[in-house]
Structure formats: C-alpha cells, structure tokens
Design a protein around this ligand. Sequence first.
Ligand code: UT7
Length: 323
Amino acid sequence: MRRAVVRGTGHYLPERVVDNDFFAQTLDTSDEWIRSRTGIERRHFAADDQRTSDLAIAAARAALDNAGMQADQIDAIVLATSTPDFTFPSVATMVQAGLGMTRGFAFDVQAVCAGFVFALANADGLIRSGQADRVLVIGAETFSRIMDWTDRGTCVLFGDGAGAVVLEVADGDGSSDDRGILSTDLNSDGRYKDLLHVDGGVGSTGTAGVLRMQGNLVFRHAVEKLADTAHRALDKAGLDSDDVDWLVPHQANLRIISATAQKMQLPMEKVVLTVADHGNTSAASIPLALSVADRQGKFQEGDVVVAEGIGGGLSWGSVVLRW
Ligand code: UT7
C-alpha cells in the first residue's frame, strides 16, 4: 500500500516580533488579558514588502533542505492559505517558480485555519492514488494584512508565518504500524459561515476586507469539534488516545488546546505548543508547530502524531500519522 511519509519539515517567521504591550498602546487591552485568555505572548508580523509567497518559499527551502531533496524532485506543491498575494495565480505556483521548479503541478487550498489539515489530506490522496511520489505541503499566511486594528477582539490574536513538510511515498502493509499518514478526517458546515469571516472579497465588495469573528461562539465549536474529529481519525486508523505520542493542534488559543487535550485524555506533555510565540497563524500554525517541535527533537521514528485544526467555514479536521 502506498503511504505518504514525512521526510522533512521547515518553517519561516518574519523578523519583526510584536509583544502584547504593542496593542495596549492604542486599544483598551493588556498583556495580562491577552496572556490569560489566549496564552499568546508575542507574534511575528511580515515586513511591508514581504508577501505570503516570500514566507512560503523560505519555509519550503528549509523543508527541502531538511529532507535532503532538490526542488526538481518534487512532483506537486499543495499550499494552504487564505491570504494569497493575488486573487490568482495561486501562491503555490509562485513558490514553484521561486524554488526554480520547472516540472510537476501546484495549487492552493483554502480552508482557513483548517487549511493545512485539508492540504495534507489532499497530498495524501495524490500520493496514494499514484499521481505524485513527493509532495511539498505548505501553510503560509499574512493575517496581519486582514486585521481591523481597532477591534481588540481579533487583532491581538493573529500573526504571520509559514511552515512546510515534504511527503514521500513509501510502501506499507496497510496496518496502523505503517509509517506515514494513517487516516484523515475532514468536515465543513457552511451554516456557520458568519461566525468567522472576512467582510470583503473580489465577488462582493471588490476589496480585501478584514477579519470578523464571534470569538466565544467559535471557541465553543472548537472545543467540541476538535476532540470529535481527532477521535474519528484515530478510530479510522484503528488507534485510540492511548496510542497518541504527540498532539499538534491548531494554535489559536491555549484554553481551546487544553480543553481538547483534556477531552482526549492526553496530558499536556504530549501537546506541541507554539501559541505563546506565534499567536494564531491560521493555516501556517500546524506546520510551524510541526517544524519547531521537529527542530527540538521531539518526534521519534514510529511516534503517532495527531494534527487537528478548525477555522472559518466552519471547516475542521484532523490527520493521524506515524512519524
Ligand atoms: O483560528 C480559528 C479559530 N479561532 C479560534 O479558535 C478563536 C476562538 N475564540 C477565542 O479564542 C476566544 O473566544 C477569544 C480569545 C477571541 C475571546 O475570549 P473569550 O474568553 O471568549 O472572551 P469574550 O469574547 O467572551 O469576551 C469577554 C470580554 C468582553 O467584554 P465584556 O463584553 O464582557 O465587557 C470582550 O469585549 O472580553 C473583552 N475582550 C477583551 N478585553 C481586553 C475581548 N477582547 C479583548 C482584549 N482585551 N483584547
């Protein structure tokens, strides 16, 4: 059976680091409120001349280096973003050109904060079906470009960054002992589209718009739906919570992450946390967390890793893989 195995990880964070006190200068907020309600201490913001594709290219190069591969060995790029440089072409094709890659195919996936999970599931499908042997999967965002800087309920939460993984085909026997992606679980429910959305776009206002969120409602959906999807994906893989070595959740809010871990009966020692340093980087948050944890030497070959995320749509899902 064809399995998609992680061969390399990489990430890029813009140089500019912004701490919570920055927001207290102009808004009725405080470092104490942001830390205690979200776990966020700082985030990175892209420079004025940095676009999502620049962040993505840097992360992709780091992941290729880490995998010991050249760009021309890659068959496909699947890139998750909701903050593309342009309406089209896709950021993925810009990454392709930026890497000097002259073969294969590249496309973007848009599922907001669940984007990387959706991208991984797509890449897994491409590999399983034989359409690609090596896929670069990227999450890259510049959410600082779609903030309402007068809305304390949203602008303190988000940051910019990019993360990438290289997947390569490997033979497995189809059991849960195989290395690689073992199962995926994807969900959307468009009835909740207004809870978290951007109030502009090419087909409506003709502007980029800014992010709007009913945070406390999204919070409730997140806690319920993230534990659910993780359990479903584990079930599909023939595993349960006891088998999980690492949970790599979307990094939106430490309270959501702790509540999900508790529902899954996982100790926090098994949870990868980057929310304090990165804030919510939407589709970039999971690959950033994977890459940071990989650099820290957390993952051992054979470890069961569960990645899960939820975002606008609502869309949510999870991926179970053996490192
Ligand atoms: O990435 C996609 C998924 N997104 C998420 O998962 C985000 C989910 N939501 C959250 O993380 C949380 O709901 C927030 C962090 C956004 C808000 O925390 P909360 O505990 O749900 O607060 P709340 O929205 O219920 O607001 C409580 C109070 C309100 O004041 P009043 O009405 O009680 O007087 C807010 O106006 O906190 C106020 N507030 C703030 N106060 C100081 C909201 N933002 C701030 C702020 N500083 N930055």
